[in-house]
Design a protein around this ligand. Structure first.
Ligand code: BTN
Length: 325
């Protein structure tokens, strides 16, 4: 479609003017078709300047979340190569599971808003428009079910690195899947899987990432307000959302390749170095228990080792447990 091709051409030359004539020639369409596509893109909210004699430019600061913008920053082989960017959906995780169970490895859905965003342990994940980045990747890992938590670990490390790359600060990880900075939660990760009944092997996994870029604190429920943070609290010049999304996809793919080629060791080392609660007291909260303990380390399986007040060492797997700092 002319709209997509015009947008991709403007994206490649973002911040520069390109004449309608050049665009028409490059794309093999009429100037009227280019003009119509530009008008449509502007109506959709993209910041495109038009100057007689110079042509059109997609403004460098334009933060529209489009497939073309995400693709521009991608260096991946699989992740995000098939990509869907939506204004709104119920939940990007749910959508992938419901509508794309046969999609190829790496298929990614990004939404500007979720009306029924989901978090761990059946909680909801607030996902208002213009506030965050909500994305899910469908993966077809050749991992045993017992190693599925490594997808979460890979993603948590990848998000930290992508934030460092694009925002200039390195957040930490609260076991198992929360990205924190100075005691505030910036991002949550939800990994779900479809298992083959006969073999018990993983058919596909869906890894969802929700990051707060800005927060409208006045309109947050009080329990969320206490813990929620956002990138804008720690970063003077926020990256464009598309740049952040592509950086996350690039980093996840790198981490995933590392996992497939080197096994779990190097990844656990990276994960351990980012955990922000080791050596500190934490509250372990499960469905039937709640106790104070010292967080000691993670083992080779990514399980958390804690020492209870009576001196007993316990190994916590991801399950139903959550940790409060
Ligand atoms: C958590 O903090 O418990 C996990 C939150 C995960 C939220 C992301 S946003 C994209 C994807 N879609 C969802 O419904 N949830 C995940």
């Amino acid at each position: 479609m002319v709209r997509e091709e015009v947008l991709a051409a403007l994206e490649r030359r973002r911040g520069d003017y390109i004449s309608g004539e050049t665009l028409a020639e490059q794309l093999g369409v009429s100037r009227a078709a280019v003009w119509k596509a530009i008008a449509r893109l502007r109506a959709e909210g993209l910041c495109i300047d038009a100057v007689p004699g110079s042509g059109y430019q997609l403004r460098a600061s334009d933060d529209s979340l489009t497939e073309a913008a995400v693709r521009t920053g991608l260096h991946t082989e699989a992740l995000g190569r098939r990509l869907l960017v939506l204004r709104e959906t119920d939940s990007t995780n749910t959508l992938l599971k419901r509508a794309y169970p046969t999609a190829p490895h790496g298929f990614t859905v990004i939404a500007e808003q979720q009306t029924a965003g989901r978090g761990r342990l059946g909680r909801s994940f607030l996902s208002p428009p213009g506030s965050g980045l909500y994305m899910s990747m469908l993966l077809r890992p050749s991992l045993p079910l017992s190693h599925l938590n490594f997808l979460t670990i890979t993603t948590a490390v990848a998000v930290c690195r992508a934030v460092e790359e694009t925002c200039g600060f390195m957040p930490g990880i609260k076991w198992v899947n929360d990205i924190f900075m100075e005691g505030k939660k910036l991002c949550g990760i939800l990994t779900e899987a479809s298992i083959e009944g006969e073999t018990g092997s993983v058919d596909f996994a869906v890894v969802g990432v929700g990051i707060n870029l800005w927060l409208d604190r006045d309109n947050l429920p009080s329990e969320v307000r206490q813990v929620a943070g956002c990138l804008a609290d720690f970063c003077a010049a926020l990256p464009r959302r598309a740049i952040l999304a592509s950086a996350i996809l690039n980093q996840i793919e790198d981490g995933y390749k590392l996992l497939c080629t080197e096994g779990t060791g190097p990844l656990i080392a990276q994960y351990r170095s980012l955990l922000c609660m080791l050596g500190r007291p934490v509250q372990v909260v499960g469905p039937y228990v709640s106790y104070t303990a010292d967080a000691l380390d993670v083992d080779e399986n990514g399980h958390l080792l804690v020492r209870t007040e009576s001196g007993e060492i316990r190994t916590l797997s991801t399950g139903e447990i959550s940790i409060r700092l």
